[in-house]
Design a protein around this ligand. Structure first.
Ligand SMILES: [Zn+2]
Ligand SMILES: [Zn+2]
Length: 203
């Protein structure tokens, strides 16, 4: 594969972390490759990622860039797009990587048909093999493409997100569990967590 920033060993580790090798993971590895060579690896909150999908690619981004949900420097926006924005706080460097639309080749149309059949009535052994080969092929293509062939690299949409703040907590008056203050709801003079609020509202 010979990518500058990510060794074959690191690709293997990332695959182990994710659980399988797939085109989505390959996309995430290539996005991370861009980050590592253009921005470096995230120390604490130095680099922030905004991901617009919660699919396979995000595992590679978390594993390789150090932007993770737990640290608060990985932000998920549920837009259903293979688009990843990265910010470097130190100097404000930022970019949004958007996977270019795949051209509708004959192979791709065949893959879409197989996918549909798989969901509707399942695949025969031969079809399953064809699908597996198709996925292998597109993973390989993703790993071998130039980054600018794979992604449109655009300016970031907005300013760098604010740092994770320390948030105070309250105790839900219904279930007695501790909950971040910003996630509490008020219902008939009571402070409730979201699940309890939803139950109370339905009554
Ligand atoms: Zn996957
Ligand atoms: Zn509660």
């Amino acid at each position: 594969m010979g990518n500058r920033a990510i060794s074959e060993e690191l690709v293997k580790e990332t695959t182990r972390f994710h659980g399988h090798w797939c085109p989505g993971l390959a996309i995430g590895i290539r996005a991370a490759e861009w980050v590592l060579s253009e921005m470096g690896r995230a120390q604490d909150e130095e680099i922030v990622a905004i991901v617009e999908t919660d699919m396979c690619a995000v595992d590679a981004i978390q594993y390789l860039t150090g932007c993770t949900f737990g640290k608060g420097n990985l932000i998920y926006r549920d837009y259903g797009k293979s688009a990843f924005t990265f910010y470097r706080r130190r100097d404000g460097k930022a970019a949004r990587l958007v996977v270019k639309p795949a051209s509708r080749t004959k192979d791709r149309v065949m893959m879409e048909k197989l996918h549909q059949k798989m969901q509707e009535k399942g695949l025969t052994g031969d079809e399953e093999k064809a699908m597996q080969e198709g996925r292998e092929e597109s993973s390989r293509r993703i790993m071998e493409s130039g980054l600018t062939d794979l992604f449109d690299i655009k300016p970031a949409d907005g300013p760098v997100p604010k740092k994770a703040r320390f948030l105070s907590s309250l105790v839900c008056e219904s279930c007695g569990e501790t909950v971040m203050e910003t996630r509490t709801r008020r219902f008939k003079e009571q402070v409730l967590c979201i699940p309890c609020f939803e139950v109370a509202e339905r009554r």
